[in-house]
Write a new protein. Structure first.
Lengths: 163, 221
């Protein structure tokens, strides 16, 4: 196994996977850190199967998705991961009221998006994937995703105006 | 739209792993790796490769030709030292291990490709477009490295400023090579290269605003 590759892989993916988990477990840092640690240990154990030429980001994203699904399956029966809405209510009581209101509005608006639209917005703007990487993860063309994401953002914007 | 993206970016920053967690997890992974592959550890391996790269750089730089090959825009494809230049750049790339270092590297390479294009202009104008395309590739790679990864506003602003200077030179060179066409033609593909990689709209504006002042750069030494 090329160890330098794993280090580069770790540095390139940690932030995104952390965010992916963080906003889906109620912004609970302890739970996020446990899950993210398990995800990367699993990735290390199977890193020989990883081929950057085939999938730059989809591989770790899939591990994270399955790991999180297992977490929710063990925690609550019959939970569809995509139905676990993007949760913004966290534990940090120091947030300013203004910030809290902004995030609450955003949470409400994101919750009103279709599951696929929400997925596009969070992948692009929260987890920070490039369209080419989203194309790998979702199995669609970059151009189609760019258009769909743009539409989803427009819809989110109009939902925020209504709020 | 911009406000919304800023809100989303602000939100994304809330979900940032702490440095302590990042380091602790890396340590844990190193230990796990030592169990899985007992012969080597991450650090010794990384160090060994870095040492090899550094040694190679030192050896090449101690030779005057290596320095010349690396620094000079006259060393382009077809020049006897071109291979040396490529090798040094390749080693330099492999030593850039953080997003900041990689972004710095690609930005420097963009500047270098433009200098090569400027060198071609009076000698082999047909080669200029190739240099411009290579520069555009480097611009995109710079943005891909720093836009999603670097959160420090000062560092981002510095990188945007640096790239905007390169962009202005790119536009200027592009206009010179397209004398027969509209001189102020917007290099739209340069913009399309940076879209969708995590730059804010404001950053994108700043990235290209300097092109309007590109003619000022005629006075550059």
């Amino acid at each position: 196994m090329d160890k330098r590759s794993f280090e580069a892989f770790y540095q390139a993916n940690l932030d995104r996977i952390y965010r992916y988990v963080f906003f889906r477990v109620g912004r609970n840092e302890t739970v996020t850190q446990d899950i993210v640690s398990e995800i990367f240990i699993k990735a290390l154990q199977h890193f020989e199967k990883y081929d950057e030429a085939i999938s730059r980001s989809a591989w770790i994203y899939r591990i994270a998705h399955n790991h999180l699904a297992n977490y929710f399956r063990d925690k609550k029966p019959q939970v569809d991961l995509e139905d676990v809405s993007f949760t913004l209510v966290g534990e940090d009581g120091r947030r300013s009221m203004e910030e809290w209101e902004e995030h609450t509005k955003l949470e409400t608006a994101l919750g009103k998006l279709q599951i696929e639209e929400r997925c596009l917005v969070t992948l692009k703007y929260i987890e920070g994937y490039a369209y080419a990487e989203m194309a790998e993860i979702l199995g669609r063309s970059s151009d189609a995703l760019k258009v769909a994401t743009h539409r989803a953002v427009l819809k989110l914007r109009s939902l925020l105006k209504e709020a | 739209m911009f406000f919304l993206k800023r809100q989303l970016n602000r939100l994304a920053r809330k979900g940032q792993p702490s440095k302590a967690f990042r380091d602790a997890l890396w340590l844990k992974l190193s230990q796990e790796h030592a169990c899985l592959y007992p012969e080597t550890s991450f650090h010794s391996s990384s160090f060994r490769w870095s040492a090899v790269g550094l040694t190679a750089l030192v050896v090449v730089f101690t030779m005057g030709t290596g320095v010349y090959a690396y620094e000079s825009p006259e060393v382009v494809e077809g020049h006897p030292l071109y291979q040396v230049k490529q090798s040094i750049e390749s080693v330099e790339k492999s030593l850039a291990r953080t997003p900041e270092a990689r972004a710095e590297f690609h930005s420097r390479m963009m500047e270098r490709r433009i200098s090569e294009g400027e060198h071609h202009l009076s000698r082999q104008p047909e080669q200029v477009q190739e240099a411009l395309d290579a520069a555009a590739d480097q611009l995109e790679q710079t943005v891909v490295e720093f836009a999603p990864e670097i959160q420090d506003p000062a560092l981002r602003a510095q990188m945007i400023e640096e790239l905007s200077i390169h962009n202005a030179r790119y536009v200027e060179l592009s206009a010179r090579v397209q004398k027969g066409e509209a001189k102020s033609r917007e290099p739209a593909h340069l913009r399309s290269r940076v879209e969708g990689h995590g730059l804010s709209e404001d950053e994108q504006v700043r990235l290209f605003e300097r092109k309007a002042r590109a003619s000022d750069l005629d006075t550059r030494p």
